[in-house]
Design a binder for this molecule. Structure first.
Ligand SMILES: CC(C)(COP(=O)(O)OP(=O)(O)OC[C@H]1O[C@@H](n2cnc3c(N)ncnc32)[C@H](O)[C@@H]1OP(=O)(O)O)[C@@H](O)C(=O)NCCC(=O)NCCS
Length: 165
């Protein structure tokens, strides 16, 4: 069944938390295990320039993508994104559907020229997904974060929308 993409509502917070409580999701993002729901409520209230998209399958929220538009006046053309899909639903096109919607929002409605993200160098699935949607690797950051007891490197990736003015 295809995913419905929509903006998150306050009632979705528990479902979003449940996605990021799964080890492959928190490990491959900058989340931690054992997070209180209050942390995710703060995300919902992140304020100006934050777009919190969710993917719903048969009434269940199974994926989330956050797009933050930079609030610095000289970087209003830049946005950063991060995403996660529940383990049982990975590899079924949910991440692609979320990314497609986020790019449409960024390109067609927000006039974002530069979309940027950071992804662990070892996260081949995510890197391949981002490349398929036009992101390019710009740099590698050594010992970027701590994961399963070790320092791990990350890639800076960006996509320039050359059609944006
Ligand atoms: C990265 C992630 C968001 C991708 O979401 P997804 O719903 O699995 O993505 P899609 O189903 O749209 O698939 C993306 C591609 O990766 C492939 N893929 C997905 N999961 C895979 C897996 N476990 N093993 C091998 N290939 C996989 C898909 O087949 C697809 O390739 P294709 O279009 O050539 O068939 C998801 O795997 C995830 O949440 N991972 C953990 C958190 C994370 O890494 N977040 C991103 C941090 S930057």
């Amino acid at each position: 069944m295809p995913a419905v993409i929509r903006h998150a509502e306050p009632a979705d917070i528990e479902a979003i938390k449940a996605i990021y409580d799964q080890s492959s999701v928190y490990a491959n993002t900058l989340q931690l295990p054992y997070q209180p729901v209050a942390n995710w409520q703060r995300l919902y209230n992140a304020g100006s320039g934050f777009y919190n998209l969710v993917a719903e399958v048969e009434g269940k929220v199974v994926g989330q993508l956050g797009l933050q538009v930079c609030q610095n006046p000289r970087r209003r053309h830049v946005a950063e994104l991060g995403m996660g899909v529940a383990e049982d639903y990975q590899g079924q096109g949910i991440g692609s559907a979320l990314l497609r919607s986020a790019l449409e929002l960024a390109d067609q409605w927000l006039n974002i020229r530069r979309l940027e993200l950071t992804v662990y160098s070892s996260n081949e699935v995510a890197v391949a997904l981002y490349e398929r949607f036009g992101f390019e690797v710009e740099a590698e950051l050594s010992d970027f974060a701590f994961q399963y007891g070790k320092y791990v490197s990350a890639l800076c990736m960006a996509r320039i929308n050359t059609a944006s003015t």
